[in-house]
Design a protein around this ligand. Structure first.
Ligand code: SAM
Length: 452
């Protein structure tokens, strides 16, 4: 792999990077790491050691076939590159997470940072995971649904749409689209697509994204900005751009010397940046910086609230409560689905729903069709499902048949809707009709590949 000379020269001049060690690291195997879901921590593989800057993540000795592990499909863990988990440090060192917070993950697909953030927030808080590119929303939705948190919703908006919510978010994570040089080792095609023109194109896009989003951050709110690029134009220079355009206070984070993170400062405003180089940290190239917003916006846009929610009927209420522990939850009808959210986030959910294009609310519970309640596929991943709901535990081979939507047999199942579980972790719904079993696992989620 020939790393572009422009990158090598910049790293040498600006950060005194040991070029031969940096280049050598690009010939080495990419570390594999998983982050466990605190709501259902389990993994079908043995661990090596812990990722030191995150509370719940581990390196694996080698890359297994995750697709063949039913626990992966149950949302018990997320396969995530280790450096990017540093967002946890940025969040926990700058935010009081015991309070109810409204958090935006502005560039969220496929959901690595969002699943991490959802686990750091309490139930009364609300995470808005936004993805502007519609074709990338389904993978984000699937990953967030599997994660099973009740505090997160998904939107599909352009950054400029967030001007409808001035002074609204307590925390904003902008993991910006970038030129991707930090992933040269991991993604074969990243190096082919790299060019100086693309770095400039990305930095202009980052400026636009940040300029559009910043008004939606509250006074004293925290901005966490990150990229997987090595280019100064997308990192330290972007921090300087932000400080010129907005009143922001750069935040210094604590790091441990053993982590191997390189602390940098931007040229003009001396903002603090945290760089991950693969020859110094066990992970891919990554950059992160944090800021506190000093001023509030003057404009308060008052849009008419359009009502997308209607009340649920008494029958729907009764049906829902058979499936889910309703403590502290509000229920509404959103199009055909009965949905829910924590009472503590009702105000925020309503405000967001009237301003943005919603792709997923915190809870989708199901639909009442005649006398039948059809549980929503997302509901299967919730820890709040009532004990009265029938569960059938199966082995890995039946689990994979179910997840591939192949025929499977369950000799002892009682009639009606029930959950299939593997090692007691929920995989999804099925309905036993007596003479046959209907598989309610969504077709768009099914495993397509046979991997051995
Ligand atoms: N945060 C994600 C995670 O941890 O899994 C990765 C995000 S990726 C680095 C950047 C995201 O920004 C992509 O999902 C991409 O679709 C989105 N994006 C692309 N162009 C954008 C734009 N103009 N405005 C906002 N987001 C954009």
């Amino acid at each position: 792999m020939k790393i572009p000379t422009q990158i090598i020269n910049q790293l040498k001049e600006n950060f005194s990077v040991d070029v031969s060690a940096f280049e050598l690291s690009h010939t080495q195997i990419v570390p594999v790491s998983v982050r466990l879901n605190p709501l259902k921590p389990a993994c079908g593989f043995g661990f090596d050691k812990q990722v030191p800057w995150t509370s719940n993540a581990y390196y694996l000795p080698e890359r297994p076939i995750f697709t063949n592990d039913p626990l992966f499909h149950a949302g018990c863990y997320y396969v995530q590159e280790a450096s990017s988990m540093f967002v946890e440090q940025a969040f926990t060192q700058t935010v009081d997470a015991s309070k109810p917070l409204i958090v935006l993950d502005a560039c969220a697909a496929p959901g690595g940072k969002s699943t991490l953030l959802a686990s750091l927030l309490n139930e009364e808080s609300l995470l808005v995971s936004n993805e502007v590119i519609s074709t990338r929303v389904p993978v984000l939705t699937h990953n967030m649904a599997k994660w099973g948190s009740i505090n997160s919703m998904i939107t599909n908006n352009d950054p400029q749409d967030f001007s409808r919510l001035p002074n609204f978010f307590d925390v904003m994570v902008v993991d910006a689209p970038c030129s991707g040089s930090g992933l040269f080792r991991k993604q074969d095609d990243a190096i082919e697509h790299w060019s100086e023109e693309n770095v400039n194109h990305c930095s202009l896009r980052q400026q636009r994204i940040l300029t559009d989003l910043l008004p939606a951050l509250k006074q004293d709110g925290i901005l966490i900005y990150s990229t997987c690029s090595y280019s100064v134009e997308e990192n330290e220079n972007m921090c300087d751009y932000l400080c010129e355009k907005f009143s922001l206070e750069p935040i210094k984070l604590k790091t441990s010397p053993e982590w191997g993170i390189t602390e940098t400062q931007s040229e003009k405003h001396k903002t603090f940046g945290y760089r991950f180089f693969p020859h110094l940290t066990q992970g891919e190239g990554f950059f992160l910086a944090c800021f506190k917003k000093i001023t509030a916006e003057e404009n308060t846009v008052n849009r008419n609230q359009h009502k997308l929610f209607t009340k649920i009927s008494a029958d729907e209420d009764a049906a829902v409560k058979k499936f889910i522990n309703a403590y502290n939850l509000d229920f509404v009808k959103f199009y055909d689905d009965i949905c829910g959210f924590h009472k503590g986030s009702t105000y925020a959910v309503n405000k967001i729903t009237s301003a943005l294009k919603i792709k997923k609310l915190p809870l989708h519970i199901g639909q009442l069709k005649g006398k039948d309640f059809i549980p929503h596929p997302y509901l299967a991943y919730q820890n709040r499902i009532n004990n009265g709901v029938t569960k059938v535990d199966i082995d890995a081979s039946v689990a994979l048949q179910y997840l591939r939507k192949q025929p499977f047999l369950l000799p002892d199942a009682t009639k009606g809707f029930a959950l299939l579980t593997y090692k007691d972790f929920n995989l999804g719904w099925f309905k036993n009709l007596g003479n046959r079993i209907n598989n309610y696992y969504p077709a768009e989620w099914r495993i397509l590949k046979e991997i051995f």
